[in-house]
Design a protein around this ligand. Structure first.
Ligand code: ADP
Ligand code: ZN
Length: 594
């Protein structure tokens, strides 16, 4: 490299191009390496700002940064955002009509960024094309796709190394949010990046609030969530049928725009629903986990799980789609005892080689659900970090639950399961234990059992939480016909060798109470509302989602500081030179008039 840039120059460019005051997290370390021509693998969580670590050097360095990205939709999102900041960028994909212009621009050195798919990059002619211009950097996005250990192997990524090897002077920057050490090591090898080039950012997403609750009235719980969180949100449901049903119920109950998304919908409908969600400021998407890959929407305010996710990894990835813009966001998991009981029952069908791994996966999830301590700490420890004991931004930290010893009641429940023959569900067992002799109880003769009517008063209210806890920890599993059967440490509980503690269930009222700071946006501020409306108009005019014009944080700062001229406007975080020129006057006018 003939020129060399200092970090101060990079910071100056950060302010000028993006209007951001400073780097976040490990961005600075990654950018320093790239500017020094050193190949790097950056492992950073979603929302940490990975794209900036190649875009900014691409603007400073002489030549073009070639970005390899696996999804066309993702590339076009990135393209839009880069161009909105005045970065000279183009894509070469099967749906682009402007190939000739792009190639001309590339050859004449007029592009900072050229986005291509890995299939393109592995074609023979592509190497010749790259030889025809000056290259600044190779950026390999979603780099875990190169590894068979990752969850998303793409064979074409294996062609990238020979391609990049043909340009030994061009540094490489691989980017991924994938956590595990095995995959990281593999990426380094497969892409020819030295071990010392690994930069791993922390996995914490401090603006996401984690909350985990039993699912006791699903549509009502979700309707409440939608009422408390007016911004865009995603609700993950386990099956297509549940997606359809929930979407309908939520649309009716909340009056908000709600759309479904699952693999059973026609491709055009799926694409249309996804596009509508990306463009919307208030839509709720009810979806199976087929939805989310390749969605780069920064202003998702909540992600709710209507059932237990597959693993902590999956949970982390899915909840990570909330709050990429750094504003407060909520991750709410609504779990059912049956989710665990069924998953544990299915374990016996899994072949023995995989069984242990599957059991650990479930135990880890159960640990997250059952803990009375900090949820974030459980998550971060799972990813090998050493977090503080409390985070101050999860349900348990905000409202520490009281632990109660329910060993006696658990024993009564387990005896009832045992004495009724391990084939009845919760409802029947509850009747037997509380001494409710209905027809079914009498027809089985269960009113004559020693456990009939042994649970009274306050204890009765704890039966359901106790039964849930027993299922989560695997002391009870569900039989084929939906009955409960003893398993795991049930025997140890019955003989007094094990004990059961649970969090005292909060009264319903409290669990529904709104905790105030769900959104930092001012409510009922006419200026803020006017700025949002202007943003909506400008976005529609330009055919981009509103967040491409400005993030909410920028509008909040405008409403609070009321810049009076372009110089003051340039001080607003998120207002770079290009956006100042494109939108500055329009927003100044709105501020003067409101
Ligand atoms: P990732 O690819 O790591 O998921 P993105 O590159 O999409 O994350 O960035 C997430 C958001 O963070 C974007 O909206 C981006 O504008 C914002 N961002 C990135 N870097 C900074 C920074 N230094 N200061 C403020 N906001 C930033
Ligand atoms: Zn916490």
């Amino acid at each position: 490299m003939s020129e060399s840039f200092t970090l101060d120059q990079a910071r100056e460019a950060l302010r000028r191009i993006y209007g951001f005051a400073d780097f976040r997290g490990r961005q600075e370390d990654v950018i320093a390496r790239v500017l020094a021509g050193q190949s790097t693998l950056a492992v950073m969580p979603t929302g940490a700002g990975k794209s900036l670590t190649y875009q900014l050097p691409a603007c400073l360095l002489d030549g073009t940064c070639v970005v390899i990205s696996p999804l066309i939709a993702l590339m076009h999102d990135q393209l839009r955002a880069a161009q909105a900041n005045g970065i000279r960028a183009a894509t070469l994909t099967s749906v682009d009509a402007d190939w000739r212009e792009t190639l001309d621009a590339f050859r004449s050195g007029a592009l900072d960024l050229l986005y291509v798919a890995p299939e393109r990059a592995s074609q023979p002619g592509f190497r010749d094309l790259l030889s025809s211009a000056k290259l600044a950097l190779f950026a390999v996005d979603e780099a875990h796709c190169v590894s068979e250990w990752g969850h998303d192997f793409r064979p074409d990524y294996r062609q990238l190394r020979p391609l990049m090897d043909a340009f030994p002077d061009v540094p490489r920057l691989a980017l991924t949010a994938t956590a595990d050490a095995h995959t990281r090591a593999d990426i380094l090898t497969q892409l020819g990046i030295p071990e010392e080039g690994l930069v791993v950012a922390g996995f914490d997403r401090p603006n996401i609030r984690y909350a985990i609750r039993p699912r006791d009235a699903l549509p009502r719980q979700l309707a409440q969530l939608c009422a408390d969180h007016p911004g865009p949100g995603i609700v993950y449901a386990p099956t297509r049928r549940k997606v359809e049903a929930l979407a309908e119920q939520l649309a009716g109950a909340t009056g908000r725009p709600v759309l479904p998304y699952h693999a059973g919908l026609p491709a055009e409908e799926r694409a249309a629903n996804q596009a509508a969600f990306v463009a919307s400021e208030d839509m709720v998407m009810v979806a199976t986990i087929a939805f989310g890959m390749g969605i780069d929407k920064p202003d998702v305010r909540f992600v709710a799980h209507a059932g237990v996710p597959k693993s902590i990894e999956a949970y982390y990835q899915e909840t990570g789609r909330a709050g990429r813009d750094g504003d407060p966001a909520l991750a709410l998991m609504l779990w059912g005892a049956g989710d665990f009981a069924q998953a544990r029952a299915r374990l016996s069908e899994v072949d023995s080689a995989r069984q242990q791994g599957e059991r650990q996966r479930l135990d880890a999830l159960a640990g997250l659900v059952e803990t009375a301590g900090c949820r974030r700490a459980v998550l971060l420890r799972h990813f090998g970090e050493d977090p503080p004991q409390t985070c101050g931004n999860c349900d348990n930290c905000l409202d520490p639950p009281e632990m109660i010893d329910v060993t006696q009641l658990a024993r009564k429940f387990l005896s009832a399961v045992y004495r009724t023959g391990q084939s009845f569900g919760f409802g029947h067992l509850q009747k037997v234990l509380t001494g409710t002799a209905d027809e079914r109880v009498r027809s089985k003769g269960h009113e004559n059992l020693s456990v009939f009517g042994i649970v009274e008063g306050e204890e009765a209210a704890l039966l359901q939480p106790v039964a849930r806890a027993l299922q989560v920890r695997g002391s009870l599993v569900q039989t084929e016909h939906g009955g409960l059967a003893l398993a795991g440490d049930a025997k140890a509980l019955l003989t007094g060798e094990a004990e059961l503690m649970i969090c005292r269930p909060p009264p319903r009222q409290r669990s529904r109470k709104r905790r105030g700071d769900a959104t930092p946006n001012p409510v009922g501020d006419p200026l803020f509302d006017a700025l949002r409306e202007l943003r909506r108009d400008l976005a529609a005019e330009a055919g981009v989602p509103p967040y491409v014009v400005f993030h909410d944080a920028a509008l909040r700062a405008m409403a609070a500081n009321r810049p009076a001229n372009l110089v003051e406007m340039a001080q607003i975080p998120g207002v770079g030179a290009k956006k100042l020129e494109a939108y500055g006057e329009a927003f100044l006018k709105a501020i003067r008039e409101n």
